[in-house]
Write a protein that binds this ligand. Structure first.
Ligand SMILES: *Cc1c(COP(=O)(O)O)cnc(C)c1O
Length: 386
């Protein structure tokens, strides 16, 4: 499978039908719920959209597995379908997991509410402090779960330590690698058992579908696939087609996201009205050493705090002309949000402020527009109206 050595080539050619289907250069959409069988087919040979085994699914599975250096991959109807199905495939009532203390909001609620209701217990860990994990281990601990780059403070865990800890204690290591995308980090290559993606974000990249993926060890992906067949979160062939098309440009997009975010982070760091910039590519950032060690690029996500709290931050959002004010991330267009009004609205104020999610914090999903023009726009938006 790994016929191409560079990810920029793999993005275009890996996993493509060989020979092409009826000579088609682009993957055709097989918009059919089921396929003919010879009549004597085994149940497992039936092809059906919910079983994620149509040609559009198989092509994506082969491509994603190649991109991440994984044994196998599976696409799902959303990032949350990937995360919930994967967690339910490896955890059972009575089990316990260790999870990073600053998870994506949907994952946090799933773990803290839904898994808890099923009798699955959790302890939250500081993913940058491996020495603090062992005391939380229980006899029934099965999983350690982290995110490559967290939201909105863009923290980078000690990823190698997570893999080593899981191996030492017989746990399944899982990482949500949405913010990094396979261009900046490939969890299975680094030794993670399962890697999760919201393909809604960078992998598709055009803010026009919701999709997810799980990649990793073949035996575990088989368990996730079995669970997905029951839970029903399969990706539609038309969305498969759009995701496949989006993935082909991930290389050029991600290189530009990395570059633009770096330039904007440096610009913001030099602004007197900006009191803090969170970007793992800045030497001043506490996560810089880990980010350099583990990642091939620092990504397109950053956050910054403006002097003057809520009013000042809202003023910046009111004055920008290019970025759209919207939640979500990872598309070609720049987006701004204030996490306290969106992703972290449910978090109590003291808990938020203790970790640095203040009223004045602005999160930016840096798009692939002209960095110079984005910087000019941010400059005018930051200027105090007098
Ligand atoms: C968006 C996101 C998810 C959820 O993905 P959906 O496609 O919206 O279900 C999970 N994890 C991270 C890090 C995300 O950014």
């Amino acid at each position: 499978m790994l016929r191409y050595k560079d990810i920029d080539t793999q993005l275009i050619h890996a996993g493509e039908p060989d020979p092409p289907i009826d000579g088609a250069v682009a993957m055709p959409i097989f918009q059919t719920a089921m396929f003919h069988t010879a009549g004597d087919a085994d149940y497992h040979d039936i092809r059906y959209i919910r079983l994620s085994n149509t040609p559009n699914h198989r092509v994506l599975h082969d491509k994603l597995a190649a991109l991440e250096g994984a044994e196998a991959a599976l696409v799902t109807a959303s990032g949350m379908a990937a995360i919930s199905t994967a967690l339910l495939a490896v955890l059972h009532p009575g089990d316990h997991l260790l999870a990073q203390n600053c998870l994506y909001g949907g994952t946090y609620s799933l773990v803290a509410e839904d898994l808890a209701a099923l009798g699955i217990a959790v302890d939250f860990i500081d993913a940058t402090a491996p020495e603090s994990w062992e005391p939380l281990l229980r006899e029934n601990t099965r999983v350690i779960y982290v995110e490559t780059i967290s939201n909105p403070l863009v923290e980078v865990p000690d990823l190698d330590a997570v893999v080593a800890f899981a191996r030492e204690h017989g746990l399944v290591s899982m990482v949500d690698s949405t913010f990094a995308s396979p261009v900046n980090y490939r969890p299975p290559e680094a030794g993670f058992d399962l890697s999760l993606h919201s393909c809604t974000k960078y992998l598709n990249g055009h803010s026009d579908i919701v999709a997810g993926a799980v990649t990793g060890r073949g035996e575990l992906i088989e368990r996730v696939r079995h669970k997905l067949n029951h839970l029903g979160g399969a990706l539609d062939p038309h969305a498969c087609f759009l995701l496949h098309r989006g993935i082909k440009t991930l290389g050029v997009r991600m290189h530009r996201h990395n570059e633009n975010a770096m330039r904007i982070a440096r610009f913001l760091e030099a602004q007197p009205r900006v009191v803090r910039v969170n970007y793992p590519g800045l030497e001043s950032n506490v996560h810089y050493a880990r980010a350099r060690k583990f990642l091939d690029g620092f990504g397109g996500m950053l956050s910054f705090e403006v002097e003057g709290g809520e009013t000042a931050a809202q003023g910046v959002l009111d004055r920008v002309r290019i970025p759209l004010i919207a939640p979500s991330l990872g598309g070609v267009e720049s987006l701004l949000t204030r996490p306290v009004t969106t992703s972290h609205r449910g978090m109590p104020r003291e808990a938020r402020e203790a970790v640095g999610i203040t009223d004045g914090l602005i999160r930016m999903s840096v798009g692939i527009e002209s960095a110079g023009e984005l910087i000019d726009d941010l400059e005018q938006a930051l200027a105090e109206p007098r």
